[in-house]
Design a protein. Structure first.
Length: 102
């Protein structure tokens, strides 16, 4: 599994416009072969964190190269983000309490 951790901070006054773009990207990524899941968080200090899971590096790369995603990335860097950081990680180990999901 490949896990992408995307951290960002928005510029003032762009939240609503950014959320429309982020919602569109969320719709698309869920249709990509190899997509597993994603989750978004916003910290009290305004940092946004998105965690996205793909079955493989190839699946993650296909998402990275999706034409609409490429354009969204360009716009986000130019218009919405005051800062961002992307970390792509390979899952080495996983443990879970399956009863917690019930």
């Amino acid at each position: 599994m490949i896990v992408t951790v995307f951290r960002s901070r928005l510029r003032p006054g762009v939240r609503d416009e950014y959320l429309a773009l982020a919602n569109r990207m969320n719709e698309i990524v869920k249709t990509m072969p190899g997509y597993i899941a994603d989750k978004d968080f916003v910290a009290e200090d305004g940092e946004r964190v998105t965690v996205v899971e793909f079955e493989s590096e190839e699946a993650m790369r296909a998402w990275r190269r999706h034409p609409e995603h490429i354009e969204a990335q360009k716009k986000a860097r130019a218009v919405y983000f005051s800062s961002y950081r992307v970390q792509v990680c390979e899952l080495l180990r996983e443990a879970a309490d399956q009863t917690a999901d019930a």
